[in-house]
Design a protein around this ligand. Structure first.
Ligand SMILES: Cc1cc2nc3c(=O)[nH]c(=O)nc-3n(C[C@H](O)[C@H](O)[C@H](O)COP(=O)(O)OP(=O)(O)OC[C@H]3O[C@@H](n4cnc5c(N)ncnc54)[C@H](O)[C@@H]3O)c2cc1C
Length: 483
């Protein structure tokens, strides 16, 4: 039996591996010249950059893929970070969020006067809600009757009032801490799925559980090594990965997916899995099928800077907060404009992998959240943002960075869309700006075409590496084993 996978993002590769382990002959078609989708890398002279994700949580979901083929030996490895994130506020407050939850809670108490017990209670609730909801909302299809008939779904649903589905994340954080720096810190987790804390439901309180209770990790050879190691595994298992091969159409006959059409070839398959953004899968690959317009998650402008200086005050992950966080999110999601005073995220992988930069410097990935593309004037936005970022860093780090930038590259939402086929350059597929978001996301299977499945950030359960890996797992669970 043959399976065709359209796209080699993390979910496409994971689906290919899972189908291979179920006995399928798998071929992955990738439009770009290299596989891996958003987990791309960039080499600028002697600086290496991961272009997309930088935060690695739930690494066990990657380990599971290697475990499918126990005879295969991989050198993929990762480490737990001691400092989860290093926070800077404009008023001079600073916080190093240590992986040890007690130390983290105590540093919040000493910096902001919020009792450490409140922080520990919040993280305990985050854990309890995660454990109650993950098996339903993140690990199985929401669109199969069998999910709703299962007994394990009812316990959490009966405790729905405790899950904060009808309040916003900001309201939960405000009630929990009532201290603006701490509220801002926990509000930022809404951006982990490209949403606003003022719109996304309070259940998103589950996200800090991943970092603070389970850990933030980083691969020994950078984020790109997650996909490159999985691609090596896939090839060793006989999965064929064909780059520079854009799928033009999914062939449907008698209500069933029968294969894919390429530039010069028709490829017959018994099962088709699309890892292409669901919007484009419908608009371009299933001609005539109308894509649903669901609000997209945020996107970003990213500066990749090779900086010829070391900054001991920075860690692997660093956040420089905006002054007025409510205004920032109103601009981002209601007005769909680049925030006037954006929060800046700086990721420096050379802090853990020194070979990513020359020994006199650091590789800075500098990201600012923006709306998904609405035909903004990106060259103009980039020029303005660059000046703002440099000025803010000058005030906080007391350094004129401009003179230290020796190599530079920029990605805008338009570039992200062109490079990865993500509709409007959204980082995480559709947004989670409503309590119904989980139900609005595209199912992992086609409701009208048999043998057609969907995985990746724009399908259920959503964007981000762990959820994409879960989407591939759900897809594989819906496809019969043919061994
Ligand atoms: C800047 C940035 C920062 C991020 N930060 C994080 C983070 O810190 N942590 C985290 O977990 N997540 C993060 N994310 C989100 C994460 O990267 C994505 O959710 C995830 O990688 C998406 O994977 P995917 O499987 O949906 O496929 P994608 O990575 O979107 O890849 C899809 C692939 O399909 C190919 N394709 C599309 N159409 C066709 C076609 N017709 N024929 C052939 N091939 C096709 C594309 O070329 C592409 O290679 C970030 C994303 C970005 C861009």
């Amino acid at each position: 039996m043959k399976a065709a996978v359209i796209g080699s993002g993390i979910a496409g590769i994971a689906a290919a591996l899972r189908l291979r382990s179920k006995g399928y002959d798998v071929t992955v078609f990738e439009a770009a010249d290299k596989p891996g989708g958003k987990l791309a890398e960039l080499q600028l002279r002697n600086y290496r950059f991961d272009m997309g994700p930088s935060l690695f949580t739930l690494p066990n979901l990657v380990d599971e893929l290697f475990d499918l083929f126990p005879q295969y030996k991989s050198d993929f490895s990762y480490q737990k970070l001691d400092v989860i994130c290093n926070y800077f506020w404009k008023d001079g407050h600073k916080l190093r969020a240590h992986k040890n939850t007690d130390s983290f809670a105590k540093s919040i108490e000493s910096e902001f006067g919020v009792s450490h017990k409140k922080v520990l209670d919040y993280l305990a609730k985050s854990k309890a809600n995660y454990n109650a909801t993950a098996p339903i909302f993140m690990e199985q299809s929401l669109h199969k009757i069998s999910t709703w008939l299962s007994a394990k779904i009812w316990k959490p649903l009966l405790s729905i009032s405790k899950l904060n589905l009808t309040t916003t994340l900001h309201e939960v954080n405000q009630k929990s801490f009532n201290e603006q720096h701490v509220v801002q810190l926990f509000n930022r987790y809404a951006t982990y799925n490209g949403s606003s804390p003022f719109l996304t439901p309070g259940i998103m309180q589950v996200i800090p559980h991943l970092e603070y209770n389970l850990g933030a990790f980083f691969p020994k050879k950078g984020m790109r090594s997650i996909v490159s190691s999985l691609i090596d595994l896939a090839k060793a298992q006989g999965v064929e990965i064909r780059c520079n091969e854009r799928v033009k159409k999914i062939i449907v006959c008698g209500g069933k997916a029968r294969g894919v059409e390429l530039e010069k070839e028709v490829f017959a398959a018994d099962v088709v899995v699309s890892n292409s953004d669901v919007f484009y899968t419908h608009r371009d690959l299933l001609k005539g099928s109308k894509p649903k317009e669901v609000e997209r998650s945020s996107s970003a402008v990213i500066f990749y800077w090779g900086v010829k200086k070391k900054f001991p005050e920075l860690d692997v992950h660093n956040i420089f907060f905006s002054k007025n966080y409510e205004e920032e999110f109103i601009e981002l999601f209601d007005e769909k404009k680049v925030p006037t005073d954006p929060t800046i995220y700086i990721h420096v992988s050379s802090k853990v992998n020194p070979e990513d930069s020359p020994n006199y410097g650091e590789n800075w990935f500098v990201m600012v959240n923006t709306p998904a593309d609405q035909n903004h004037d990106w060259p103009h936005e980039v020029a303005q943002l660059r000046a703002k970022v440099l000025s803010k860093l000058k005030n906080i780090l007391k350094v004129d960075l401009e003179g230290f930038i020796e190599v530079e590259h920029v990605n805008t939402p338009k570039d992200i869309e062109q490079r990865t086929g993500s509709y409007k350059g959204a980082l995480y597929g559709t947004s989670s700006n409503s309590q119904f978001a989980a139900f609005l996301r595209h199912p992992n299977f086609s409701t009208d075409i048999k043998n057609l499945y969907h995985c990746g950030g724009s399908a259920h359960p959503g964007g981000g590496i762990p959820l994409c890996l879960n989407s591939a797992k759900i897809v594989a669970s819906l496809i019969p084993d043919v061994r």
